[in-house]
Design a protein around this ligand. Structure first.
Ligand SMILES: [Zn+2]
Length: 316
């Protein structure tokens, strides 16, 4: 049994934050096109993402945050009806349209359904092709294109609802997953390992909690150097933690061709990282991996990198 799930939903395409915004529906189209043209999509179990139940979202987010987002969505719908603006701004670069709340529920729901399926043994691992992304969403705040923290919600869910003892989150987006850190810092059941370009977005006072392996790297770091740093800092901790399930915050904006960051990764680096994560998952987690799309804004590089990542997950 080595099936790889591919979780997505049409609502994730309908969320958009205004013309020219880099976190756009075309990102999912580029991924779909690439999986179709290469035949990789044929090797995947395609699954419809359900909406995440609010009680599960509240494992990672404050009740007021969830209520405020839903309220803002309802209010926006009323205002549009009355001829008002089509978007509600929640931070300078993050906005809701009338579909955002539903898309956010599906994105988090994808991570939850993928978690259920890999724990049940129905799937070996899964990729969630979803937006909005999640890793900047804090316990009580939407920011940086993110509303609900899909990976953090699913990590808490795996512990609280499925009774796992230890999970890991690997975040290889070019930006620091500050929202995930906000939610999981101090929860020793969750080991979070990441690298990120520093100094860079977001401005954040890093926690020194011992369950976080933060690896800031300077702009223009290339893949080979990054691999050495990753080997030295992430893997000893991952091995020692022995996670029963590994979540990936899979952002592809550290790619050399992505202008949203200035790191120098290429497809082969994503192959390498994914393989190394898979090795740890095979040793400790029965191979269980749930990977969720975060950033990645150069459509061509994003599509090629996701393909490379999924090829390793699915062995194709
Ligand atoms: Zn990013």
């Amino acid at each position: 049994m080595s099936k790889t799930g591919y979780f997505t939903h049409g609502d994730c395409r309908k969320h958009e934050m205004g013309g020219g915004h880099p976190e756009c529906p075309a990102r999912l189209d580029a991924i779909e096109d690439r999986l179709l043209i290469t035949g990789v999509g044929d090797a995947l179990e395609r699954m419809e993402a359900p909406p995440a139940p609010v009680v599960d979202i509240e494992l990672a987010h404050g009740r007021m945050h969830v209520a405020a987002l839903r309220g803002l969505s309802d209010q926006l719908a009323e205002e549009i009806e009355a001829g008002g603006p089509t978007h509600a701004q929640v931070d300078p670069d993050t906005a809701m349209n009338v579909h955002t709340w539903k898309a956010a529920l599906r994105a988090a729901g994808a991570a939850l359904a993928a978690t259920d399926a890999v724990i049940a043994g129905e799937l070996q691992n899964a990729f969630c092709a979803v937006r909005p992304p999640g890793h900047h969403a804090c316990r009580d705040k939407a920011m940086g294109f993110c509303f609900l923290n899909n990976v953090a919600i699913a990590a808490k869910y795996a512990l609280e609802r499925h009774g796992l003892q230890r999970v890991a989150i690997v975040d290889f987006d070019v930006h620091h997953g500050n929202g995930t850190e906000d939610i999981v810092a101090g929860d020793d059941r969750i080991l979070m390992v990441s690298f990120y370009q520093h100094p860079y977005y977001p401005e954040w006072n890093h926690s020194s909690a011992r369950n976080l392996v933060n690896m800031p790297v300077p702009a223009y770091t290339r893949g080979m150097d990054l691999r050495e740093m990753i080997d030295a800092s992430w893997f000893p901790r991952l091995e020692a933690h022995r996670p029963e399930l590994i979540f990936i915050s899979a952002g592809f904006d550290a790619h050399r061709e992505d202008d949203m960051g200035q790191l120098g990764l290429v497809e082969q680096d994503y192959v390498w990282i994914t393989q190394r994560i898979k090795d740890v998952a095979q040793r400790h987690a029965k191979g269980r991996i749930v990977s969720c799309l975060e950033g990645g804004y150069n459509l061509s590089a994003l599509a090629r990198s996701v393909e490379a990542h999924i090829r390793v997950l699915a062995d194709v």
